[in-house]
Design a protein around this ligand. Structure first.
Ligand code: FAD
Length: 290
């Protein structure tokens, strides 16, 4: 099923993201997590793709998507990055995904890694999008977007113009980078709609359950920390249990406000933590279905 079709339902789309385990852990380690996430009845579960040299077996993205779709009966999106792929290697991945019945791909550029040589076939996610769709293999393509501007873009305006290229190449659904300031998201959506981008967009929500983890994420993606979250981090950052509970509550409040303001979908970066995903789902279930 095309993920974009899910947005025709009379409810807010609610999805999860998981990542494949490190090579040494074995793929089975994530099966139990997926089983627990499936019990929460998300509209779909997406699986990230390890960029070059991340230590993640990329084959496991396809394996996990196959498990989610064929064993658990949940719709799925396979992430796919292009900086370290050639046309030939993308062809291979597309064949694998097709053979497993996976229909949706989140086409991404990926990030440069100084330890690995970038291939020259694709430079931007829009090029990968165009390539996948040119193969006419029945895939639907989603893309990433950045409510607080992609770190390499010189302005919001340029970044949105570049985002439009992804849509013009055929992406029909977007998932946002994580953010903690809902006002930044509303401003972004307004600008994106003015730019003529009319595909469904999901808000990326990352529960802040660990101070160190969030400091790392924020330095990587540049999300701003509103004063009320900063106070939570200061007050509970050194108390793991209190921090986890406060982070779950912050995410729930963020989602309630977003849904009240009519956003189309919520994508939870689960960090493969079914406990946190369960608590958030329980907190917002009736709200996203209202
Ligand atoms: P692009 O859309 O190609 O944009 C990258 C930069 O180039 C932007 O600054 C943009 O403004 C600019 N740009 C785009 N097109 C053009 C053009 N034609 N000319 C000039 N400039 C242009 N990374 C992983 O490694 N694995 C994952 O599974 C993964 N999943 C992700 C999921 C989501 C929802 C998000 C938000 C990010 C994810 N990432 C993942 C991280 C992502 O790969 C990085 O954020 C990367 O830096 C940008 O990827 P992109 O697809 O958005 O790039």
């Amino acid at each position: 099923m095309n993920i974009a079709e899910l947005f025709k339902q009379d409810k807010t789309v609610f999805s999860f993201e998981v990542f494949p385990p490190k090579k040494e852990s074995g793929i089975e380690t994530v099966y139990e997590t997926l089983g627990q996430l499936t019990d929460l009845k998300p509209d779909f579960i997406s699986v990230t793709y390890g960029a070059g040299g991340s230590g993640v077996a990329n084959a496991s993205t396809t394996d996990l998507c196959s498990h989610i779709k064929n064993r658990l009966g949940v719709e799925t999106i396979a992430h796919l990055t292009c900086l370290y792929n050639t046309r030939e290697s993308v062809d291979e991945i597309l064949e694998q995904l097709k053979s497993q019945g996976v229909e949706n791909i989140l086409a991404l550029r990926g990030d440069a890694n100084p330890d690995f040589a970038i291939k020259d076939d694709f430079h931007y996610a829009s090029e990968l999008t165009e390539y996948i769709l040119s193969k006419n293999m029945g895939f639907h393509v989603s893309g990433a977007c950045y409510p607080e501007v992609h770190q390499e873009a010189d302005s919001m305006r340029t970044d949105i113009m570049n985002l439009k290229k992804k849509i013009d190449a055929g992406a029909d659904h977007l998932i946002s980078q994580l953010f903690f300031d809902n006002n930044a998201y509303y401003d972004f959506i307004e600008k994106v709609r003015i730019a003529g981008i009319d595909v469904p967009i999901e808000a990326g929500i990352m529960p802040v359950t660990n101070k160190k983890q969030i400091e790392r994420m924020v330095s990587m993606c540049g999300a701003s920390i509103p004063a009320k979250l900063s106070k939570v981090l200061q007050r509970f950052g050194d108390n793991p249990e209190a921090m986890r509970d406060a982070g779950i509550s912050y995410a729930i409040n963020q989602i309630i406000e977003l849904v009240s303001n009519g956003i189309e979908g919520v994508h939870i970066y689960t960090m493969n933590d079914p406990y946190v995903a369960r608590k958030i789902t329980e907190g917002v279930k009736s709200i996203v279905n209202a």
